[in-house]
Design a protein around this ligand. Structure first.
Ligand code: NAG
Ligand code: NAG
Ligand code: NAG
Length: 265
């Protein structure tokens, strides 16, 4: 679209086209998917009521690993080839994982102010291919039981299998293979990236952790944070009516500002 409007502008002003003017801008992207099979032990959160997460969380015994998850999952994502060819980077894939309350769109800023907030567009200008996935339970990927299945041991295993598929070229619809992979995580997915590289140190060549700290301050904001979520099936039934109430959505902009940005400070 941007390309077309630029051309239109040039035509309107009668500018003679130059090589620069007709050069393609922006990355070239396509949807890709992975089918992965995992066998892993999750925490036993039996007793956590998706209709009353806050009320039942405190009364749970200290969760222990013990519930086996043995399943196939479909993981969706968006692969982008960069607009700039840089031979030293073109075979290095940035593997982008979005954070708890987002999807792959976190990495493009959904076009707000053009590409000002787009990691994908910036990487493209630097010559890096990117793959932004929807993590299990988010976006266009599968939405299994949010309490018993969508936990970090299963998430870690799913990402491990996705990365193995990228390395081997099997079980995915990516157009090509890569010699290096950089894991880039945001927030919760920085924590998962940390778990992944501890368990599987050779899955990626390097790791970038954003929105994350080595210490976790459990503040009043953390507790208030839980109250800014409500079952998505109730808050947006048209989109999420078929999901278990354990899938939640942020409902309160002021609350989100306070929890994530420490408003009013
Ligand atoms: C999970 O916990 C519940 C209740 O806390 C218990 O009854 C059940 O046996 C546990 N299941 C496993 C597989 O440990
Ligand atoms: C790619 O996937 C997204 C998310 O599911 C969807 O909204 C979009 O329509 C898909 N695009 C194409 C070209 O299939
Ligand atoms: C949390 O709130 C309580 C009561 O409102 C207050 O006494 C306490 O200092 C607060 N703690 C933090 C870490 O802000």
């Amino acid at each position: 679209m941007r390309f077309i409007s630029k051309l239109t502008t040039l035509v309107a002003f009668g500018t003679v086209s130059t090589a620069t003017a007709i050069q393609k801008r922006g990355p070239t992207c396509s949807n890709v998917s992975f089918n992965v099979n995992i066998n892993v032990l999750n925490f036993n959160l039996t007793g956590l009521d998706p209709n009353n997460l806050l009320g039942t969380f405190g009364s749970l015994p200290n969760p222990t690993l013990g519930v086996a998850v043995s399943s196939n999952f479909h993981i969706a994502g968006r692969f982008c080839e960069p607009e700039v060819v840089n031979p030293s980077r073109q075979n290095t894939l940035q593997f982008l994982v979005h954070g708890a309350t987002y999807t792959r769109d976190y990495w493009t800023g959904k076009g707000f102010n053009g590409d000002q907030y787009s990691w994908v567009d910036y990487a493209s200008k630097q010559g890096y291919p990117t793959l932004a996935i929807d993590r299990l339970g988010n976006g266009a990927s599968d939405h299994p039981d949010p309490i018993l299945v969508v936990q970090y041991p299963a998430q870690t295993e799913v990402l491990h299998k996705v990365l193995q598929a990228i390395r081997s070229g099997a079980g995915n619809s990516l157009p090509r293979q890569f010699s290096k992979i950089i894991y880039v995580g945001h927030s919760y997915d920085s924590i998962i990236g940390n778990a992944l590289t501890s368990k599987y140190p050779t899955d990626v060549d390097s790791i970038v952790l954003t929105g994350c700290s080595s210490v976790f301050y459990y503040t009043n904001q953390t507790i208030a944070g839980l109250a800014v979520f409500a079952p998505a099936s109730i808050t947006d039934p048209a989109r999420f009516g078929n999901l278990s109430p354990g899938y939640v959505q942020t409902i309160n902009l002021d609350g989100v500002r306070e929890v994530f940005y420490r408003a009013p400070n």
